[in-house]
Design a protein around this ligand. Sequence first.
Ligand SMILES: CC(C)(COP(=O)(O)OP(=O)(O)OC[C@H]1O[C@@H](n2cnc3c(N)ncnc32)[C@H](O)[C@@H]1OP(=O)(O)O)[C@@H](O)C(=O)NCCC(=O)NCCS
Length: 145
Amino acid sequence: MRLKFLGPMKSQDGRISFMIESQNSKNVRMGYINGRINGLKNCIECDYAVATEYRGRGIAGKMLEFMLDKVFKDNALSIKHPLRVVLNIDAENQPSRHVAEKAGFEKIDSESRDSVEYEMTPKQYELNIRKRTQAIQQNLPARNI
Ligand SMILES: CC(C)(COP(=O)(O)OP(=O)(O)OC[C@H]1O[C@@H](n2cnc3c(N)ncnc32)[C@H](O)[C@@H]1OP(=O)(O)O)[C@@H](O)C(=O)NCCC(=O)NCCS
């Protein structure tokens, strides 16, 4: 699988946005993440999807991990102050909630009952990286950290 970062670019509404794409060996797109800066809320909002035939192979999880590294480690959006990354997920979308939680996102209070908001702050990202490194050093499974 190949992961690509496309951007940053300006959306039609003037907002800075980016896209993550995962492709197979034949350059067929298997999944994507769309991200855009929300200046009012001071965050980066993302949504994602994986084509039906490619689901359940860890693609969404890998794309999220790649995206977080791009945003927080590489500062691919060239922003002065790191912003938190926010996901707004339908409350009943268990696969997506599971993927978000497994990637280390934390649930935050939401006004809506129909959707759940998750966030990753720069601090939380650093903490997750440290936990992952420790797990690798101690030879523990990287999941459920
Ligand atoms: C949500 C979505 C992106 C997940 O993509 P994916 O590549 O299949 O995800 P992964 O393979 O990385 O992980 C799926 C995880 O969900 C788990 N899962 C699947 N169905 C589940 C369910 N009903 N309840 C809880 N967990 C579930 C899988 O076991 C797997 O977890 P594991 O890695 O611990 O075994 C994909 O289902 C999708 O595109 N859905 C439609 C669009 C969508 O809902 N987008 C999210 C909006 S922000």
